[in-house]
Design a protein around this ligand. Structure first.
Ligand code: GLU
Length: 385
């Protein structure tokens, strides 16, 4: 305290800004146009400073449900999908207008988990990434949302926090800002805990940090602090810093540049684009369980050989990302060199036996060390240590 606060937005060349539904949409009055206009002004300042901007905007369901006057209760999936279909048009229109006010071109990008996670789908991931990069090269501002109208539960994020983190890693962004209705991460839920304090800087996402996440969701948006921490894990592992800040007031980015009331998560050193992609997968295609010896070998940076495999779980293809597990639990993620059926046939076998089993010049390396990222938490287990 005391010292002038540093501008956390300075020096970033590609910034993803995620806007929560509760900021954009008011239950009673619909779209908060004044707020949106003010935010567009802040974005124009960043762009004039040379930053490339990608927006991840929620609000389709919230906007659509008010247009369709849907009841004030949790929506069923088909209701939410119908609401999104109506709301997304309004949302895209609102962004087009707000950005055009500053000479910026908005581009609508609707993604599903399939496009960003890859499970057997690196091509879809690369396509989506190329589109984003093409838009940025042409100085358009991608306005991304989940394709809520077609996303069904298996291929659905459901929250835009993690979607934003995946978009940030896809776009090779160096900063992700999650604007929501809370200042940042508190040591305990501030509503019920007057002594809770704001955590200003998170150097690493430890179990203690995860334990602070609690549940800070609001009634309009689905993501709470838990999905924000998971987003931080994805983004920071890919070398992208992340900020959680309040967007309640007008000009939230201008305010952030002047007053650092927020939580800043430091980026981890980058491991290269492929490793970032591997470590960011939320839905690995399957799991390979390895024995203690192989777990030790992986920890010391070695490849996974067939001999060390105990079990192969799920159906995956060569090139998919799989979860790696040792006797003591999750080890990380790896890009696998065999289909699950072949991995199953050669598990526990040494080189010569593999050639006998699969014929030809079959290799014993099932996951090469270059394609392994250790230390990734498994999807859906964000709050466990
Ligand atoms: N994709 C949803 C929407 O646009 C929002 C998801 C979220 O609240 O994170 O309505």
């Amino acid at each position: 305290m005391g010292a002038p606060s540093e501008n956390p937005l300075k020096g970033h060349r590609r910034i993803v800004v995620k806007i929560g539904s509760a900021l954009l949409v008011d239950r009673e009055h619909g779209l908060r146009r004044k707020w949106l206009t003010a935010l567009a002004e802040d974005l124009a300042v960043l762009a004039a400073d040379g930053a490339e901007i990608v927006l991840v905007s929620s609000g389709a369901i919230a906007l659509g449900r008010s247009v369709l006057t849907m009841p004030d209760r949790a929506l069923k999936l088909d209701e939410a999908q119908a609401a999104a279909a109506v709301g997304q048009i309004a949302l895209a229109g609102a962004w087009t207008g707000a950005l055009a006010g500053h000479g910026m071109v908005a581009a609508q990008v609707l993604l599903t988990l399939r496009d960003t996670e890859g499970a057997g789908n690196r091509r879809a991931y690369l396509n989506a990434r190329d589109t984003l990069l093409q838009l940025l090269a042409r100085k358009a501002v991608p306005v991304v949302n989940e394709n809520d109208t077609v996303a069904t539960s298996e291929i659905r994020y459901g929250d835009n926090d993690r979607l934003a983190a995946r978009v940030a890693t896809m776009a090779g962004a160096d900063l992700l800002i999650l604007l929501s209705d809370i200042d940042g991460l508190y040591t305990a839920p501030p509503a019920s805990n007057p002594s809770a304090t704001l955590v200003k800087r998170v150097k690493a996402i430890t179990p203690a940090i995860e334990a602070m996440a609690g549940d800070a969701g609001s009634h309009l948006s689905r993501g709470g602090m838990v999905t924000k921490i998971e987003a931080a894990r994805i983004a920071t592992a890919a070398g992208c810093a992340m900020i959680i800040a309040s967007g309640r007031e007008n000009h939230p980015l201008r305010r952030l540049a002047e007053d650092d009331t927020c939580t800043l998560f430091d980026a981890k050193p980058v491991k290269g684009a492929r490793k970032a992609w591997i470590s960011g997968q939320l839905a690995p295609a399957g799991t390979i369980q390895v024995d203690a010896g192989a777990a030790r070998a992986l920890s010391s940076g070695k490849s996974l050989l067939a001999a060390g495999i105990r079990d192969v779980i799920g159906t995956f293809h060569r090139g998919d990302v799989v979860a790696l597990e040792g006797p003591d639990g999750a080890l990380g993620h790896g890009l696998v060199a065999y289909d699950s059926a072949d991995a199953e046939r050669i598990k526990g076998l040494r080189e010569e036996a593999i050639a006998d089993e699969l014929g030809g010049n079959a290799r014993s390396t099932v996951v090469h060390a270059d394609n392994i990222v250790l230390g990734h938490s498994r999807a859906g287990e964000a709050t466990r240590g």
